[in-house]
Write a protein that binds this ligand. Sequence first.
Ligand code: NAD
Ligand code: TYD
Length: 354
Amino acid sequence: MSYSKRILVTGGAGFIGSHVVRLLVNSYPDYLIFNIDKLTYAGNLENIRDLESAPNYRFERIDILDADAVAQLMHQMDFNAVVHLAAESHVDRSIQDPLAFVHTNVLGTINLLNAARGAWAGQFENRLFYHISTDEVYGSLGDTGFFTETTAYDPRSPYSSSKAASDHFVRAWHHTYGLPVVISNCSNNYGPNQFPEKLIPLFIHNIRHRKPLPVYGDGKYTRDWLYVVDHARAIDTVLHRGKLGETYNIGGFNEWKNIDLIQLMCRLMDQKLGRPEGDSASLITYVTDRPGHDRRYAIDASKIQRDLGWEPSVTFEQGLSLTLDWYLNNQDWLDSVTSGAYQQYYDKQYKNRF
Ligand code: NAD
Ligand code: TYD
């Protein structure tokens, strides 16, 4: 079959990537969606098992650090677009092992940029390199204000520094070589299939097993939460309608102090598990803070809303309830990803914090 577009998605076995791949495969039967992923601890083919037999979907296990493999695939497949999500994505791991973030997030992105430039050989009509980034590149806010697309970069963790560097390289390939690029920077995502190292799935897992809930510092750090399917919808929107060379901030218009969010999750989990009110909240334990912990992130998403007509489709109450239900109905998934190496990570990260 000949496809109207061939799209390469990197990191499509991870949390956000799996939702992006699903949306694209199901919405565009006339596109070929080609997913490459190294399948690190965070990549899981179970996340996209439902797509395996889709005729317009292909998967190959490729490390984006493997420049030859990436270049060969890009030449062979003549992709119209690259949607680049593959990354090391967890701040706490970046504090434990910063170099892994430099390798994948910086060098891996440069490999992809080189491969796109080589394969497209100056023929940039109907081509796009779409880089998925984070609001963390902008640093940390005080009690007021929002990150806009023109906020100066001020990354403060090894993770956000590596993502900021990758954003800079993507822009450099645009300005220097004319590569057609677009970048979006999104706030914190939540939803099904998120690896339980991040706040929401970690706390669901711990509540279920009646383990302590480790709240970093005073718990008053603030994040802007967006349901992952709405991020995938925004990525679809930017992929099709984003203007070349532009940046789009994506957010949920939905700020929560960690402790308020945790209290809400505890109440909802008590209801869903039939536990007495206050049961889960009794697990809340304040622990040693994350070093360099960014105080507040908040996105001004008015540009994508105004220029491209995107806005979130679910409220936070709906999204959180769907998310808790998904984890409670997919306990096998949670059990399988928390066996083995997870325990070593957990012990290293939390042992000396309590
Ligand atoms: P994730 O950690 O769940 O998934 C990352 C995926 O990339 C995994 O499938 C992993 O196997 C793959 N990968 C890692 N290294 C690779 C390599 N060298 N080669 C090929 N594949 C590799 O991450 P996520 O939360 O889904 O984030 C996806 C992207 O979105 C990242 O670029 C991240 O910076 C960005 N982002 C995430 C959030 C969030 O809240 N999670 C918010 C904004 C932006
Ligand atoms: P996280 O999900 O790691 O996302 P990010 O650091 O990229 O925003 O953390 C969200 C917030 O929750 C952040 O302020 C750190 C805090 N947090 C805890 O208090 N305890 C935990 O065990 C974790 C993982 C996070």
